[in-house]
Design a protein around this ligand. Sequence first.
Ligand code: UFG
Length: 354
Amino acid sequence: MRRSRHYLVTGGAGFVGSHAVAALLDRGDEVVVLDSLRTGHRGAVLPGARLVVGDLDDEVLVGALLAERRWDAVLHFAALSLVGESMREPYRYIAANVGSGVRLIAACVAHGVRRFVLSSTAALFGNAGDAPIDEDAPIDPGSPYGESKAMLERTLLWAERVHGLHSAALRYFNAAGADPAGRLGEDHVPETHLIPLVIDAALGRRPALSVFGTDYATPDGTCIRDYVHVTDLAEAHLRVLDLLDAGSVRYNLGNGRGHSVREVIGAVERVTGRRVPWHAAPRRAGDPPVLVAAAWRIMRETGWQPRFADLDAIVATALAWREGHPEGYRGVDGSIIPTGGAPRSRRGSRSTRG
Ligand code: UFG
């Protein structure tokens, strides 16, 4: 029988992190999540994992967790992750993501961690043109967010050269959808991601969607993205973890198919059976016109295959979660913010469970 492995997961209460934690738990691994819950949700950490609420800047806490046991790997999801916001606050993005990531990498090396997985991003490729982007494409971030991840990827190269740390940098294209078992979903406050916004517009929960830019050099004038199911991304983590003994890897992760904003609106209209109200709005700074992955390398080297490659299937799982959770995790984890008050918590600011 396979020995169960032990993983420390930063940002495991966030969207992609929580789905990766679920995949690890589903295969019988032990998981400790470190999350500040500033953007993550208590309810997104499944009961099988132990949640430690705390900050990556808390070097004493991070050191204590790393010293707790011999970890099979550390998976680093925690980060500021909004392209548009990073164009307004470039220094905050670079300082926060690079600072916390570099400190974590250094602490991992100091505590004898041998394997590290970084959540990286398609935002590394700002001006790649229309063709699917493979791992040999030049790194040329279109935003400070992408730049911060490029810097962390470079840091990992040096951590390997100098200290022998093996790492995987997984460049997610547009993570979307929700756990097909209905346990987890996408809940950002405020929500800025396209698919949940289009669904809510269709359900009449928000006003008409603003389509950021209808004059791009694409067939219908709107931006094209490669929407990849979050459960497929989670599965990719399992596969790369098994490779890391042999060395370090960098993979682009997507379905290899691009969909425009207007095509996403069409998919939501098909799946919900409702019309999506929308209007044209100015372009959003930092948005590359087209981002589509060429994910052959991870497919060839690990056997990874997306199970939910179809856009309507991705939208259907996202819709199911949003219909079942009209308040997102606020109905699940007691983290409703009362007007004028601090977040309500049933536990202290640093808590554990599991
Ligand atoms: N969009 C709209 N209206 C909206 C929201 C989004 O037209 O109200 C458009 C955007 O302009 C973009 C597309 O929908 O063209 C997708 O936007 P998202 O905000 O959903 O996602 P991004 O492509 O900006 O970014 C996401 C993640 C990043 C990651 C990137 C990789 O948030 O962390 O995918 O492609 F780096």
